[in-house]
Design a protein around this ligand. Structure first.
Ligand SMILES: Nc1ncnc2c1ncn2[C@@H]1O[C@H](COP(=O)(O)OP(=O)(O)O)[C@@H](O)[C@H]1O
Ligand SMILES: [Mg+2]
Length: 304
């Protein structure tokens, strides 16, 4: 079994403009039909029965599938959506190639990529519901909610991209956003590892302070991360940090915003205490977020 990334690269190279046209017709009709009838595909692609051969190929490559049987019509798969997003990003001269996987999480696959000018980028493919999506593929009749996973992935990508576009100019330490298409977010590459797996830190308490400062700046810019953890903070050997993974952010006006901020920060404090045995949290850090959260933050992070 080749890796997913080599599969995507391989298949991408085998598609021509007509394949993409057929994929696009299926994609845009999914809001109207649960399964797009082949007549619609014949018609809207302008290819008529010539589309048949293309459908067969796309089905073979698993970019589309026929949940109710080949005669009834087609749905697009995550891989089909990947191809459309890649095509758009390549045509717009955003990326020239995809490299190795950087992280395969539950809700996203993240790959190294190269810009046409050789700059290193990161392409994050959202995969909401992937685990249950696979289950749907097995139970071929109950796929009817599957297109909503694609829609949810696109929405997550939009959310993350919007956060980065707010936070990067506000000088919060986040990846520089480069582009988004469909469920794919492209950012600049950052040479770091997850804080959760860092083996040595010269000044852990200062890093915690840096995180507090960034969370405060993000709040002031209008964004609360809401899933902050040592896995969503990258750190370089020089101990510069970057906060990643923003699709679930909320604005400070959200009724739970303060709770989320408190939870984010108290989780990190717990991590630093457990992993790095830091002592008292300096009053100035607490004051920074105390202004936002009030005294309740102090209660949340009291020593157990
Ligand atoms: N800008 C980036 N530069 C370098 N590596 C990144 C970047 N963004 C993400 N990664 C890598 O990909 C992994 C997953 O990214 P993340 O955005 O947290 O997605 P998720 O946790 O939803 O899968 C990260 O832990 C990190 O290793
Ligand atoms: Mg993550």
């Amino acid at each position: 079994m080749p890796s997913l990334i080599s599969y995507i690269r391989d298949v991408f190279g085998k598609l021509d403009e007509n394949h993409f046209e057929v994929l696009k017709v299926i994609e845009r009709n999914l809001t109207r039909y649960e399964i797009v009838p082949r007549e619609v595909i014949y018609d809207e692609s302008g290819l008529g029965e010539r589309a048949e051969k293309l459908l067969k190929k796309l089905n073979e490559y698993k970019l589309i599938w026929a949940p109710m049987g080949y005669e009834k019509g087609f749905c697009i798969n995550y891989y089909g959506l990947d191809m459309l997003a890649l095509k758009a990003l390549v045509d717009r001269n955003i990326i020239a190639s995809l490299g190795r996987p950087l992280g395969v999480g539950k809700e996203a696959d993240v790959y190294d990529a190269l810009a046409p000018d050789g700059r290193r980028l990161v392409a994050k493919f959202f995969r909401i519901g992937r685990t249950s999506f696979r289950k749907y593929e097995r139970h071929r009749t109950s796929l009817l909610t599957a297109p909503s996973y694609l829609a949810a992935s696109i929405k997550s990508a939009k959310m993350e991209y919007r956060a980065l576009r707010i936070l990067h100019p506000a000088r919060v330490r986040v990846p520089k956003p480069v582009a988004r298409n469909r469920h794919v977010v492209v950012t600049e590459f950052f040479q770091g590892i997850e804080l959760a797996i860092a083996q040595s830190l010269s000044k852990p308490l200062e890093i915690l302070g840096e995180i507090f400062r960034n969370a405060t700046m993000a709040w002031e810019a209008g964004v609360v991360h809401s899933d902050l953890s040592a896995y969503n903070i990258l750190i370089t050997p020089e101990e510069e940090i970057l906060i990643i993974d923003w699709p679930q952010w909320v604005p400070p006006s959200h009724p739970m915003a303060r709770e989320y901020l408190k939870r984010d920060l108290s989780n990190l404090i717990k991590f630093f205490r457990r992993r790095w045995h830091i002592g008292e949290i300096p009053r100035e850090y607490l004051d920074l977020v105390g202004k936002i959260c009030g005294e309740s933050l102090f209660n949340a992070i009291k020593r157990p």
